[in-house]
Design a protein around this ligand. Structure first.
Ligand code: G1P
Ligand code: ZN
Length: 543
């Protein structure tokens, strides 16, 4: 049937970013809200229409209901086949993999990533294109525009299907294959990493804990770590996806994965710890009494790629988002590999990956990945580390310290000022932008400015330009300050200040990060006039 609708609410108050649409569950439950968005996808995305559509989510509250609606709309729009994860479950990287494996027409992912779930919390939906990656801006723009003019959607009047029963079923003429969400992804991991070597590591008594944070990676980690790699039962904790993530905030960092961090810094700490987020694309890795920053993790991964079968002989280049520390640049330089600096957001890696300009990429915000899919991939990063640990048989701390001795250490911190008045935040950035021309050559404390600009990215593949991506101030000794406003914050503006200092001297590699960066933090604060302009004495969050 065709339902008349009004050009609703979907985006009139929020334009979706490439991470799709994220709203409170209550908003998604409004009449026509979800339906309009899904219809807009079918009205605008017509590539490979005869191929299957991959559908699944992170299991949060409203996942199951949303999937039933999506299936009815897909069927009414002539979609011929859907690949659905059993129980409505798929991690984001697993969807990306399946789209590529089946040359699908795309995927619909239900998740609000690391945001909390539950009837009062967040839900989200996004469309991934046939290359497996998040929709680029021109696609999200097209979907957005369609929702502004929508007057009808098509919906098949058919009963709910059983989401838990493996095998083929039909919604009208549309075939729905309900598949095990884990096995294809686990097989892909087995092709990339040396599972025999990692199995031997676990056999030798190596202990780890993986905290799935009651989110989607539980079943994936159980199958891969415990079943296929022989880690002892109980290695994976909080491994059953819950609709409200156990009232938690499924974001793998030292604040929200505190239980894991406390364990890794405690008296009974195992050799290795890791966590992933709601939909499985972020990762945090820890050694015994040791935290690995995401920026260092990317550098160590590149430096050790020759130990990993899937990467040993096929590295073409590497990319990092602009605010990510320059630690990886030094490894790339040593290896003679190109190193690209892209704006914040995974979508900017897509073209470079598709064109095989890069093999590995990462962001400081706990995102690491490679060309095996087109999303960042939490478990992939954990397995990469396990492979390196199995090959080197050293501790995480030893590996990172040795890395610093070889390449120098990039001390790095991010200071977030959340829910700042939007006007004040814009004023702060505008004033900095105006200063950039006069800064080069100036001395700020013991630092001399080398360059200052508002980052502008020219995509080397499609020549598109993205400007105003953040203020960069580089110093002669390789240190750097970056200021940018978050694109994902929900309340007012979030100012992010990224501070990085390069330290070649191994005798100075064991300082506390905030202390090592104290002078530069002072420079960053006074240069931007953070206190005067925002009224804030201290950041809301320090990572
Ligand atoms: C944040 C991170 C960014 C990441 C994005 C989506 O965006 O900083 O690296 O790609 O979330 O997970 P921001 O709020 O800084 O715009
Ligand atoms: Zn995520």
């Amino acid at each position: 049937m065709t339902v008349e609708t009004i050009a609703t609410q979907p985006f009139q108050d929020q334009k979706p970013g490439t991470s799709g649409l994220r709203k409170k569950v209550k908003v998604f439950q409004r009449p026509h809200y979800l339906e309009n968005f899904v219809q807009a996808i079918f009205d605008t995305q017509r590539d490979r229409e005869d191929s299957p559509l991959v559908v699944g989510g992170d299991g949060r509250y409203y996942n199951r209901q949303a999937i039933q609606t999506i299936l009815r709309i897909a069927a009414a729009n002539g979609c011929t086949r859907v690949l659905l994860g059993q129980g409505g479950i798929f991690s984001t990287p697993a969807v990306s993999h399946l789209i590529r494996k089946h040359e699908a027409r795309g995927g619909i992912i239900l998740s609000a990533s690391h945001n909390p779930g539950g009837p009062e919390e967040d839900f989200g939906i996004k469309f991934n294109t046939p290359n497996g990656g998040p929709a680029p801006e021109k696609v999200t723009e097209a979907i957005y525009t369609a929702t502004l003019h929508i007057s009808r959607y098509h919906l098949l009047d058919s009963p709910d299907i059983d989401l838990d029963k493996l095998g083929a079923t039909f919604v009208g003429d549309m075939r729905v294959d309900i598949v095990d969400p884990v096995s294809d992804y686990a097989d892909l991991m087995e092709q990339l990493f040396d599972f025999d070597q990692i199995r031997a590591l676990f056999k030798s008594g190596f202990r780890m804990r993986f905290d799935a944070m009651h989110a989607v990676t539980g079943p994936y980690a159980r199958e891969i770590l415990e079943n296929r790699l022989g880690a002892p039962a109980g290695t994976v904790v909080n491994g059953i996806p819950l609709e409200d993530f156990g009232h938690g905030h499924p974001d793998p960092n030292l604040v929200y994965a505190k239980e894991l961090a406390d364990y890794l810094f405690g008296p009974d700490a195992p050799d290795f710890g890791a966590a992933s987020d709601g939909d499985g694309d972020r990762n945090m890795v820890l050694g015994r009494h040791f935290f690995v920053t995401p920026s260092d993790s990317l550098a160590v991964i590149l430096a050790n790629a020759k130990l990993v079968p899937g990467y040993r002989s096929r590295l073409t280049g590497v990319a990092r988002s602009m605010p990510t520390s320059q630690a990886v640049d030094r490894v790339a330089a040593k290896f003679g590999l190109p190193c690209y600096e892209t704006p914040t957001g995974w979508k900017f890696f897509g073209n470079l990956l598709d064109a095989d300009r890069i093999t590995l990429c990462g962001e400081e915000s706990f995102g690491t990945g490679s060309d095996h899919v087109r999303e960042k991939d939490g478990l992939w990063a954990v397995l990469f580390w396990l492979n390196v640990l199995a090959a080197r048989r050293q501790s995480v701390a030893e590996i990172v310290r040795e890395h610093w001795r070889l390449y120098g250490r990039n001390y790095y911190t991010r200071h977030d000022y959340e829910a700042v008045d939007s006007k004040a935040a814009d004023g702060l950035v505008n004033a900095l932008r105006a200063k950039t021309t006069e800064l080069p050559g100036q001395r700020l404390g013991s630092y001399t400015v080398d360059y200052a600009d508002d980052f502008r990215y020219l995509d080397p593949i499609d020549d598109s330009v993205s400007d105003k991506q953040g203020i960069r101030i580089g110093f002669k000794d390789g240190s750097r300050i970056v200021y940018r406003l978050s694109g994902t914050g929900t309340e007012g503006a979030t100012l992010r200040v990224y501070i990085e200092a390069y330290e070649p001297d191994p005798a100075r590699h064991d300082l506390d990060t905030q202390q090592a960066l104290a002078e530069l933090i002072g420079v960053a604060n006074s240069l931007a006039g953070i206190r005067e302009r925002t009224g804030r004495d201290a950041p809301t969050v320090i990572t």
